[in-house]
Design a protein around this ligand. Structure first.
Ligand code: HEC
Ligand code: HEC
Length: 232
């Protein structure tokens, strides 16, 4: 019994020692791995800081990406706009109008509270970022645009081309939007809001409102599909 206890104690001691040994050894390996990982992270962060522009940082930190998508191309909902490569002047004005509440139609209320702490200076940086960096070099919207489709014909006959350009992305004024590449749902909702006078944040929109008066809701749906088929 005594002997048995001793062996047990001894084996317990041995067991404890081996565990301790493997533990220290494992710890050291773990510490080394953690150190390597930290170095890697520091390196990765340094690289990221070097590469990320101020606009890109704001876009992430102000959580714009959660609704408009990482590249500004795939919004959270089809009723939200594609903002990548939108014109700078237009984008800036819209953001200011959403913050102030001048543009309150549609789903602007989703964005309004989030941009209350964004300053004018930050909006200017974001507008440049949207126009020049966001989604740059990536395919933005578009399918197989057919000028002879019902929507394509309406786009010309209803004089949309006069303000938005034949390709939907060369507006006559910088204050006007590029509409090519928007999702059909967003485009349709905006046209309806402009037609019904709900989106009335700019004088420029009045020009379009006059025309929307002559465009039916069925025609709006056809136009929306055509707009979505045009690449930005
Ligand atoms: C909670 C969701 C949400 C967040 C966060 C958000 N937005 Fe928006 N944004 C929207 C919606 C929805 C609209 C369109 C409103 C409407 O329905 O008329 C919009 C509109 C815009 C427009 C105008 C697009 C156009 O074609 O008229 C720009 C530009 C824009 N957002 C940029 C930003 C930037 C930059 C940020 C971050 C500072 C941001 N948004 C944060 C939801 C959001
Ligand atoms: C007289 C000029 C003019 C004409 C013609 C015109 N638009 Fe517009 N459109 C505008 C302006 C300006 C805006 C942006 C309003 C603002 O500044 O808030 C706009 C906005 C839009 C938007 C929303 C864009 C966005 O990013 O939110 C869509 C979609 C659109 N137009 C489609 C059309 C279609 C389709 C037609 C033809 C039926 C048309 N427009 C005719 C000037 C025009």
């Amino acid at each position: 019994m005594k002997f048995f206890l001793k062996t047990t104690n001894l084996s317990l001691l041995l067991l404890a020692l081996t565990t301790l040994a493997s533990c220290t050894c494992g710890d050291r390996e773990e510490r080394q791995a953690a150190a390597r990982e930290r170095q890697g992270m520091i390196l990765a962060n340094t690289v990221e800081v070097v590469q990320e522009s101020e606009g890109a940082r704001l876009y992430r930190e102000k959580t714009c990406n959660t609704c408009h998508g990482q590249n500004g191309i795939k919004p959270l909902l089809p009723s939200y706009p594609v903002i990548a490569q939108q014109g700078e002047q237009y984008a800036l004005q819209q953001m200011l109008d959403i913050k102030s509440g001048a543009r309150s139609a549609g789903q602007s209320a989703a964005m309004k509270p989030i941009v209350q702490d964004v300053t004018d200076e930050e909006f200017a940086i974001l507008a440049t970022f949207i126009a020049t960096e966001l989604g740059q070099g990536k395919a933005i919207g578009g399918g197989n645009p057919d000028e002879n489709s019902p929507g394509g014909k309406l786009f010309k006959s209803k004089t949309c081309v006069a303000c938005h350009g034949k390709d939907g992305k060369t507006p006559i004024l910088k204050a006007y939007p590029k509409i090519a590449g928007h999702g059909a749902e967003y485009a349709k909702l905006q046209m309806l809001d402009i037609k019904h006078g709900k989106r009335d944040n700019s004088k420029a929109v009045l020009g379009m409102k006059g025309i929307m008066h002559l465009v039916s809701e069925e025609e709006i749906a056809l136009l929306a599909d055509y707009i979505a088929s045009l690449p930005r």
